[in-house]
Design a protein around this ligand. Structure first.
Ligand code: FAD
Length: 523
């Protein structure tokens, strides 16, 4: 049975009747749309990971939140349906999280992305904010808010992701240590629950739904609108990279920098396993890396480097100039002299830096390839051990792609959202406050990495997850993928019961987000 439909009320009802009917139309596929719609359906079984390819039976292109509500209300009311529904934002998941095998995929970008910007007046209380639809991309919000001299505070590195897709996970980048993840920068949401109810929620109104949905892996509702906190946008950014060959010095300096939020606006860092990795991570960084650190030691063995990347925004409100601020910061750092570089770029180019890497990778046929990525939150107490575990398990000379590693601060995360953070086993209160995000963002070139090789990388990632999840390291996956219910139970730990209770409350039939592989459809 195949459907590709334009969204009208009649079509929604036809699709529901067809999918819910016990006799179904399996023998005679029906197509309501032109050929390009069928093609679209095929691309809906693809995501950025290119590892899972689950085809839906139908595609819904809603024109309004009410269309989504109608679909879910009808499915919820039909007692014999087994149909599941996945919202698809930009489809940049890695393991089929936005797919729905034989179910319905809702293309969130078909709802017009009206962006309304509210700029707080001088004498007005409250905040500047943007109201934006769940399927809009962060790049659209940036472009629109900059017209008002405003910008969201918290970002992801890549901006061609949907608002609803990142809010269902977390949304992390170099601003997170200072402003929290994107899920800490939301004032209000419109959500269609798995029962079809369209609810406006916030920290003070239907707050249980609000917090459950944030970081909720799409399990409790579909975000159709978000109210995002805005701040004044800087014009320019001073962007600095400093290199290290000592891991302890690298992490100590990172932790030093996040203790200076008045000076530092952005902090990330990466492990550089080989020279091509340095070159590809430098595409967007317009500095002349004339004296690059040597990747071969005098004895001929290969060396690994670590790079801190930080930025200072050129706010006109600051009374010192940016150069002085950078000097004040770098004078306290212990990088490997002379390997420090800085550039000045526009705020837009800085935030949109990964798109330059995308252009370069696309031109070399290396964007639309499998991405066996692994992202983990690691307590400060276990970060060195985790780094050793990682480096013992990857082929340093052959690794393609960045390995991000930078610290975050626990008190910037609301404890009542659904996201799972690591618990450090033994450490002081101060140490407990810091944990790291590590992103092993590996690309595999099908020309050199066969299906068997990809499978080997996925099994290696699983081994790393298992080893890092023990009490000794205490890590948790970010953008999690788990093979069984028991693993999900362990992932959520003491928050599992709360997660299940929210599922029973907001999507009791298990209709939503089947691609996450957590709950089964009840019928
Ligand atoms: P999709 O893949 O479309 O969906 C992801 C999940 O969210 C699915 O379960 C889907 O059903 C659900 N969903 C989608 N839309 C909605 C909605 N409106 N309401 C409810 N649920 C919904 N993450 C970071 O935190 N920081 C980064 O710097 C970062 N960089 C990235 C760079 C690249 C190149 C890529 C590919 C990913 C990156 N990510 C990053 C990960 C990214 O944030 C997540 O994969 C996110 O889910 C992608 O958003 P999307 O719109 O593509 O979501």
């Amino acid at each position: 049975m195949e459907f590709a439909i334009f969204c009208t009320k009649v079509n929604i009802l036809i699709i529901i009747i067809a999918l819910c009917s016990p006799c179904k139309f399996i023998q005679s596929p029906i197509d309501f749309g032109p050929p390009n719609m069928l093609q679209a359906k095929n691309t809906l079984s693809l995501d950025f990971g290119r590892i899972i390819f689950d085809s839906p039976s139908a595609v819904l292109r809603p024109q309004s939140p009410e269309d989504i509500s109608l679909l879910l209300t009808s499915l919820f009311a039909s007692s014999f349906s087994k149909v599941t529904v996945a919202a698809r934002g930009a489809g940049h998941s890695i393991r089929g999280q936005a797919q729905a095998l034989d179910g319905i995929v809702i293309e969130m970008d078909s709802i017009p992305s009206n962006i309304y910007i509210h700029k707080r007046g001088h004498d007005e209380e409250g905040f500047s904010y943007a109201d934006v639809s769940g399927g809009a991309m962060w790049i659209e919000l940036l472009e629109e808010s900059l017209k008002f001299g405003l910008s969201p505070r918290s970002w992801t590195d890549y901006l061609y992701l949907s608002i609803g897709g990142t809010l269902s996970n977390g949304g992390i980048s170099g601003q997170t240590f200072k402003h929290g993840p994107q899920i800490s920068n939301v004032l209000q949401l419109d959500v269609v629950t798995g029962k079809g109810d369209l609810i406006t929620c916030s920290p003070t109104k239907s707050s249980e739904l609000f917090y459950a949905v944030l970081g909720g892996l799409g399990q409790f509702g579909i975000i159709t609108r978000a109210r995002i906190l805005l701040q004044e946008a800087p014009q320019k950014v001073k962007w600095v990279r400093a290199f290290y060959d000592d891991f302890d010095a690298f992490t100590m300096d990172q932790e030093l920098l996040i203790s200076m939020p008045d000076l530092v606006d952005y902090l990330e860092g990466f492990i550089i396993p080989n020279e091509p990795s340095l070159l590809s991570s430098s595409i967007a960084f317009p500095a002349h890396l004339d004296s690059m650190p040597p990747f071969l030691s005098e004895g001929g063995s290969s060396k690994v480097y670590y790079c801190i990347e930080f930025a200072v925004y050129d706010f006109q409100v600051r009374d010192t100039n940016v150069e002085q601020v950078v000097e004040k910061i770098t004078s306290q750092m212990s990088y490997k002299a002379p390997f420090i570089y800085s550039v000045e770029v526009s705020y837009f180019d800085f935030l949109n830096r990964v798109s330059m890497e995308e252009i370069s990778l696309r031109s070399r046929g290396l964007w639309e390839v499998p991405h066996p990525w692994l992202n983990m939150f690691v307590p400060k107490s276990g970060i060195k051990e985790f780094k050793c575990l990682l480096m013992d398990n990857i082929a340093v000379n052959e690794f393609e792609g960045p390995i991000l590693i930078y610290p975050l601060l626990r008190d910037k995360w609301h404890t009542n959202t659904s996201i799972v953070l690591p618990q450090a086993s033994t450490c002081s209160e101060e140490d407990e406050q810091v944990f790291y995000i590590v992103g092993v963002l590996q690309s595999t070139n099908p020309a050199s990495c066969s299906a068997q090789c990809l499978d080997g990388i996925l099994r290696r990632n699983r081994r790393i997850v298992e080893a890092a999840s023990t009490e000794k390291i205490g890590a948790k996956q970010y953008l999690p993928h788990h093979p069984s219910l028991m693993h999900w139970h362990n992932h959520f730990g003491r928050h599992w019961n709360r997660f299940v209770a929210h599922k029973n409350l907001f999507d009791p039939l298990g209709i939503l987000a089947p691609g996450q592989g957590i709950f089964s459809r009840i019928h």
